[in-house]
Design a protein around this ligand. Structure first.
Ligand code: C2E
Ligand code: MG
Ligand code: MG
Ligand code: MG
Length: 290
């Protein structure tokens, strides 16, 4: 207890803390109701191949449109869901919904992949592997259409155990990637030990790509290192022509960002997929900008 700071300081501190805690508790309770009311749903952000200029898939991003709190962002509610254990219910919903969409899109765009973010607690859940296997079986999704994203820190905690879990996922045929690469664990040595397919350059490096030579050097180094390790590289948060040019020149494999399209509801992405599914149309990503 912060008694030594004097009475006024203590009161200020505790008021602030109370407000943060009250919103937290309110969101925590609101989430359960929200799930029952169908307030959670997925948005999808297109990913493009930079060599063939073809659509390759989408990242599924969770949204909560709460009747009570308005639109709440995943950066706020995912950590709360993690700490109260609600992430298990949410994570199952995301995985299942993403796979159902992937099956639907596969019908007119064979091989289109859908990437799903997996949180640390979800991954550490003892029956996570079983859940993934069940969802694949029940939805009939092509396993290679499903990509699971993990952050570096999640992979590095209990590294030994994780190698086995990731290998088991690989054996099911799903793709694995490391999200927000460059912001977490700093040792590169671990990369060779994990059976991953791709790394995603964090958008904090892409933001200043053309104005900050340090960020440019980091992005360039990540791309060449990934390629030496036979990993694909996906740039996230691409917003401008200049950023795209930089990435194309350095042979970055794929990109996603507002330059191509913001995350959109599933029905909208269905239209998007149909638009770019035909081989004739597949080479016009630039017409989607804006
Ligand atoms: P992330 O996985 O790194 O997702 C990329 C974030 O960048 C998304 O934010 C996306 O909307 C945003 N973004 C995409 N393109 C651009 C761009 O060109 N410029 C800028 N400034 N931003 C861009 P979002 O949807 O708010 O998600 C934030 C984070 O919340 C995600 O980061 C991910 O870590 C987490 N998250 C989202 N959905 C889920 C989920 O279903 N499960 C879990 N465990 N985490 C999720
Ligand atoms: Mg992600
Ligand atoms: Mg990311
Ligand atoms: Mg992020």
């Amino acid at each position: 207890q912060a008694k030594s700071g004097g009475k006024a300081g203590y009161q200020f501190f505790s008021q602030e803390m109370n407000q943060v805690n009250m919103r937290r508790v309110a969101l925590e309770n609101g989430m359960r109701q929200g799930l029952a009311r169908g307030e959670f749903y997925l948005y999808f952000q297109p990913q493009w191949d930079l060599k063939s200029l073809r659509l390759t898939g989408a990242e599924a991003l969770l949204r909560w449109h709460s009747a009570e709190f308005g639109l709440v962002g995943p950066d706020e509610f995912i950590p709360i869901a993690e700490s109260c254990g609600f992430i298990f219910d949410l994570g199952d919903l995301v995985l299942r919904e993403a796979c159902l969409h992937a099956v639907q899109w596969d019908a007119f765009f064979p091989g289109l992949k859908v990437a799903v973010n997996i949180s640390g607690r979800q991954f550490r859940q003892p029956d996570f592997l079983e859940t993934v296997a069940c969802v694949i079986e029940e939805t009939g999704v092509r396993p290679s259409s499903l990509e699971l994203e993990f952050t570096e820190s999640v992979i590095m905690e209990r590294a030994e155990k994780n190698i086995h879990a990731l290998q088991a996922l690989k054996n099911m045929g799903v793709r694995l990637s490391i999200d927000d690469f460059g912001t977490g664990y700093s040792s590169l040595n671990y990369l060779k030990h994990f059976p991953i397919d791709a790394i995603k350059i964090d958008r904090s490096f892409i933001a200043e790509l053309v104005t900050d030579s340090d960020d440019a050097a980091i992005a360039e180094a990540i791309i060449s290192m990934a390629h030496s390790l036979k990993l694909k590289v996906i740039a996230e948060g691409v917003e401008s022509d200049a950023q795209l040019d930089f990435l194309v020149e350095r042979c970055c494999d794929e990109a996603q960002g507002f330059y191509f399209a913001p995350p959109m509801p599933g029905e909208d992405f269905t239209g998007y997929v149909k638009r770019f599914a035909a081989p004739d149309d597949a080479s016009k990503p630039l017409s989607v900008a804006g």
